[in-house]
Design a protein around this ligand. Sequence first.
Ligand code: MG
Length: 288
Amino acid sequence: MCWPLRLINLGLSYGRLSINEVGTRRLQKPTAFHDAYIFDLDGTVYLGDRLLPTAGETITRLRAIGKRTVFLSNNPTRTRAEYAAKLTRLGLSTPASDVINSSFVMVDFLQKRIPAAKLFVVGEQSLCDELSHGGFTLTNEAMAVDAVIASFDRTFNYQKLQIAFDAINNGARFFATNADRYCPVPGGGQPDAAAMVAAIEACTNTIIEAIVGKPSHFMVEAILNLLDLPPEKCIMIGDRLETDVLMGLNAGMAGTLTLTGATNAEMLAQSDIVPMYVIQQLSDLIPI
Ligand SMILES: [Mg+2]
């Protein structure tokens, strides 16, 4: 029998609680502090160039009482230093070492598996730079490609699709930074890496081998390596059930949904993914 996702999550996160008990928890805020707070960025801490309501004061307060705060993004269009600089500019002074994004995890993933590989990147300059700095050779010569790396790419075009098609048909491996369908921006969204992956899968009739961003265990490993804490001491807060919350729950963290971004109450009610906590804004993380 194939268990529904809801029950898998119950087993991991709630022990022997009944569905009704969990149902009441859907709207519950944390009642105690955690040692580490892991925040998604887009739709959780900020939207565009503005902090979301109560984000700044909440994170500042958590830091003031000695809690670790780290930041995650599946968006590989900026480096860790650029994310840190943005948070600092918005009033939350943050070192680059406290930011993990999917391009950082991709470099680590590839270095451990296919060091010195020749890569073709369906992605933007920031990802190309991080892969180059990680020791990889980037090439447009399809017959020389060891792996195609798909990502969020606002410069995607038919020529890139052709090279990816030729490389994979010639035996290249196929990985992606993240599986987000779109990236929320003020007033709407932008098509994200899922669209690039789908285009390449469709024409090559292949299935992507690994996606290293949220909710993968590769991202979890990077977080826990950074924090050096057991997962049960950590709370993962994000605005997407299928990435932020699912990853937190599956890792044994307190997977928490904030209703400030991509997910509204109706979407939550229809989902098989049951967060440990649901909050209206980040100030709900402070126990009363
Ligand atoms: Mg988000």
